[in-house]
Ligand binder design. Sequence first.
Ligand code: GLN
Length: 228
Amino acid sequence: MTQAIVVGVLALQGAFIEHIKLFQAATQKIPGHEFSFIEVRTANQLKTCQALVIPGGESTAMSHIAQRTGIIEPLMEFIKSERPVWGTCAGLIFLSKQLVNGKPEQTILGALDIEVTRNAFGRQLQSFSSDLDFSSFIEGVTDFPTIFIRAPVVTKAPADKHVTDSKVIQAPFDYKNESPLEVLHKLDTGLIVAVRQGQVLGTSFHPELGEDSRFHQWFLQEFVLASI
Ligand code: GLN
């Protein structure tokens, strides 16, 4: 029997179970490959993974738990190993290099060369859903139902070379993603809500909170299977 491809979902906090459910649904459409989806809380679990997803939730809590449990360094090692990583919402915040509107004690990893602004949609528009046309990067997907919950947006792509504003949180690690940065999707308002830089994907919205597994299928095919 061939060995299953292990995809981890960081399970410190947030919508990790939802990701696993949608991945399981997505595998029905990818015959001929065996996948295993696991919750990741420790460095040893992370080591067994060929790809990692960082879910939506609350980035300040996630960063706090990650620091307390000592998984920040293993996460950096994972990113440096160039295995695929996808962050949704709070996960996108965690992967960014510079963060506006973060909490001072919050840590970010710097896997994507972008500046992200937390809670960027303001009070009136804290949560909304919208069908978006992703057919420029996912074939045939013209009407993907997206859910935004107190979502971040990408405010600079690439991030500034030097940060002068002391309120902007900067990733403290000496890591540079050398792949080209691609903006995958902008809303009609011009706000950037999906980016890719090599093996790292970031989305402001939550494909894991809907019923549509096409985004998860795309990640498995385009990032995970393409990397092995
Ligand atoms: N506002 C949250 C944060 O700062 C992100 C919201 C989400 O993941 N739905 O982490």
